[in-house]
Design a protein around this ligand. Structure first.
Ligand code: F6P
Length: 554
C-alpha cells in the first residue's frame, strides 16, 4: 500500500489541518514543560526539539506511522544483515564495522566480525608504524605527509572527521584530501610535499572511479619521476578498496591493500578501511573512540522505544515537514569551526541515500522523499543567506549544531558563538509581529507615518522550525555519536518513504555519458549521438583547444 494510503498517514493529514496554523510561540506560552519534555540526551549529544511545529498528538501520530511502516522490523533487518539493499542484493552493515559487542553478524551465513576485526588490526599496525616513524619511505625517511585520493564516500567522511578532530592529530603529520579531477587540486598538493616523505592512500570502493584513478595515476607519475624504480611504490602507495583485482591491475601490491566489503555503502564507510587516513592522523585509540561513539548511538537506536529514540524522532520530524508542510530543503548549520565540513558530508549521506522516487516495489512515489540538504557554518550564514530563512517564503527546517565546551583559548568567543545559536533558534521560532516592529520604531523616535511604512519590512512571521543539537565537546566519541545519529535518521526516513536508501543509480547516467564525451573530446572524429546543445559544447571545446578560434568568435 502506498504511504499516502496508510491510515496513519491519513490521520496525520487530518491532524495537519488542525495544527498547521498554530504558532510555536503560543505552544510555548501554554506549556511550561515543553522544553524539558521535547529534550533528549544520548551519549555526548543533547537534542532540544521543542522548537518544532508539533504537539504530543503530532508525535504520537508520527510514531504510529513509523509502526505502520514496520520500522521496528526494518531496523532489525538492517542490524542482522538481511539484504535490505534489494536493488544491489546486498546487506547494509556499517553497524558491524563499529560493533563493540560479542554478537555475531552474519552475511550469507558467515559471521563478518572476525574479518572486520582483522582489517582493523592491520590498519592499527600500519598506522602505528607510520606514526611512530617505523614505516619509512624508500630513502629511509620518516613519512610526514599523507594524501588521501578518493571522492564522495571515499573522501568526505574521512575529510570531515580529520578536520573536526584536528586537535587530536599527530603533530608531525600533514593530511591532504584530493578528490577533484581538476588537476589544479592535486598539483597544489604535490607542490607542497616531497616524494620521499609522502604516503598516498588511494581510496575507492570500486577502484574504478575515473576521478580517483586519474589522480592516483598522476600521483604515481610524479612519484616515479623522482624515485624512478617502480619497486619503491610499495613504500608510498596503499589502497583501500573492495576490489582486489582492480588494485592489483593498478599496480599496487595487495599486501598494501586494506579491504572492505560490498555490504558497506560508500557514504557509510568512514568506519571501515576508508577511515585509514583518520586512523593515521588521529591514532588507533581515537579511531576506536569514534567507533565506540557510533556504537553507543547504534545501541540506543536499536533498543530504545520510538518515543525516546533520537534518530527516530529527528527522522519523523523531517517526514512531518517534507510530506505535510512541503518543505523542500533542510539546513545543517554547525557553529563550531571544526565542524565546517559536516554539511557537505551529511549532504552526500542524505541526498545520495534518500534522493529516490521509486519504491522498493518499483512504483513511482506519489509523495515527496528526501529534501535538499544544504548548509554551512551557521555564524557566517547568518550574515549571508539566513535573511531568506527568516523572511523569505520557504519553510526550511534547520539543525543548529554546536559544542557546549570551548574549543579555543581566546576569552569571550565561545559565549558569543553560543548566544548566536540560541538567539537564532529563538528568532526563527518567535518571529516579530507588526505591533512589536511598530512599537520599536516609535521608541527609536521614528515618526508614526514613517513607522507604518517601515514596520511591515521588519515583521518576521516566526514559526520556523529548528532542532538544537549540542555536543558535550568535539571529541572522537561525540563525532561518532553524531554521524551515527544522522545515518540512522536517514535510514528511518527511507524506511517510511519505502525507498532503497542504499543504492545510487542516479549517479550512473552522467558517468556513462561523460565516458562517451571524453572520447569525442580526445579523438577528433568519433561518432556522436548527442543532442545539438551537447554537441555544440563539445565542438566549442575542441575549437577552443586547437587555438583556432576563441569561444566568442565561433
Ligand atoms: O558516483 C557516486 C559514488 O559511487 C559514491 O556513491 C561513492 O561514494 C563515490 O562515487 C566514490 O566511489 P568509489 O569509492 O567506488 O571510488
Amino acid at each position: 500500500m502506498s504511504l499516502t494510503a496508510l491510515s496513519t498517514f491519513k490521520a496525520l493529514s487530518a491532524h495537519f489541518e488542525n495544527v498547521k496554523e498554530m504558532h510555536m510561540k503560543d505552544m510555548f506560552a501554554n506549556d511550561p514543560e515543553r522544553a524539558t519534555r521535547y529534550f533528549l540526551k544520548v551519549g555526548s549529544l543533547c537534542l532540544d526539539y521543542s522548537k518544532n511545529r508539533i504537539n504530543d498528538e503530532t508525535l504520537k501520530l508520527l510514531r504510529d506511522l513509523a509502526q505502520e511502516c514496520a520500522l521496528e522490523r526494518k531496523i532489525e533487518a538492517m542490524f542482522s544483515g538481511e539484504k535490505i539493499n534489494a536493488t544491489e542484493g546486498r546487506a547494509v552493515l556499517h553497524t558491524a564495522l563499529r560493533n563493540q559487542s560479542q554478537e555475531k553478524v552474519r552475511v550469507d551465513g558467515e559471521d563478518v566480525m572476525p574479518k572486520v576485526r582483522d582489517v582493523l588490526a592491520r590498519m592499527a599496525d600500519f598506522s602505528d608504524a607510520l606514526r611512530c616513524g617505523r614505516w619509512l619511505g624508500y630513502t629511509n625517511q620518516i613519512i610526514t605527509d599523507v594524501v588521501n585520493i578518493g571522492i564522495g564516500g571515499s573522501d568526505l567522511g574521512a575529510l570531515m572527521v580529520c578536520k573536526a578532530l584536528k586537535r587530536y592529530a599527530h603533530p608531525r603529520l600533514n593530511m591532504y584530501f584530493v578528490s577533484n579531477v581538476d588537476g589544479i587540486q592535486i598539483q597544489s598538493v604535490l607542490d607542497k610535499i616531497h616524494p620521499e616523505t609522502t604516503l598516498f592512500i588511494v581510496a575507492s570502493k570500486t577502484f574504478s572511479t575515473q576521478e580517483t584513478l586519474t589522480n592516483a595515476l598522476s600521483a604515481r607519475a610524479w612519484f616515479l619521476a623522482h624515485a624512478h624504480d617502480e619497486v619503491h611504490i610499495a613504500k608510498h602507495f596503499v589502497a583501500v578498496s573492495t576490489n582486489k583485482q582492480a588494485v592489483q591491475d593498478f599496480g599496487i601490491d595487495t599486501k598494501n591493500m586494506f579491504e572492505f566489503w560490498n555490504w558497506v555503502g560508500g557514504r557509510y564507510s568512514l568506519w571501515s578501511a576508508i577511515g585509514l587516513s583518520i586512523m593515521i592522523y588521529l591514532g588507533k585509540e581515537n579511531f576506536q573512540e569514534l567507533l565506540e561513539g557510533a556504537f553507543e548511538m547504534d545501541t540506543h537506536f536499536r533498543s530504545t522505544p520510538f518515543e525516546h529514540n533520537m534518530p527516530v524522532i529527528l527522522a519523523l520530524l523531517g517526514v512531518w515537514y517534507v510530506n505535510f508542510f512541503d518543505a523542500g530543503s533542510h539546513l545543517i548549520a554547525p557553529y563550531d569551526q571544526y565542524l565546517r565540513y559536516l554539511p557537505r558530508f551529511i549532504q552526500q549521506l542524505d541526498m545520495e541515500s534518500n534522493g529516490k522516487r521509486t519504491t522498493l516495489k518499483g512504483e513511482v512515489v506519489n509523495y515527496d522523499t528526501g529534501p535538499i540538504i544544504w548548509g554551512d557554518l551557521g555564524i557566517n550564514s547568518q550574515h549571508a543567506f539566513f535573511q531568506l530563512l527568516h523572511q523569505g517564503t520557504h519553510l526550511t527546517p534547520i539543525d543548529f549544531i554546536a559544542s557546549l565546551s570551548k574549543e579555543g583559548n581566546l576569552p569571550g568567543h565561545h559565549e558569543i558563538l553560543l548566544s548566536n545559536v540560541f538567539a537564532q533558534a529563538e528568532a526563527f521560532m518567535k518571529g516579530k509581529d507588526y505591533q512589536e516592529a511598530y512599537a520599536q520604531l516609535i521608541e527609536k523616535g521614528v515618526p508614526p507615518e514613517q513607522a507604518c511604512v517601515i514596520a511591515p519590512h521588519r515583521v518576521f512571521s516566526g514559526n520556523r522550525p529548528s532542532n538544537v543539537l549540542l555536543l558535550d565537546a568535539i571529541t572522537p566519541n561525540s563525532i561518532g555519536n553524531l554521524v551515527a545519529l544522522y545515518e540512522h535518521k536517514i535510514f528511518v526516513q527511507g524506511a517510511i518513504w519505502d525507498i532503497n536508501s542504499f543504492d545510487q543509480w542516479g549517479v550512473e547516467l552522467g558517468k556513462e555519458l561523460a565516458k562517451d564525451i571524453l572520447v569525442q573530446l580526445r579523438e577528433g572524429n568519433a561518432q556522436s549521438f548527442h543532442d545539438s546543445s551537447t554537441q555544440h559544447l563539445i565542438n566549442l571545446y575542441k575549437i577552443y583547444n586547437k587555438g583556432v578560434l576563441h569561444a566568442d568568435q565561433e
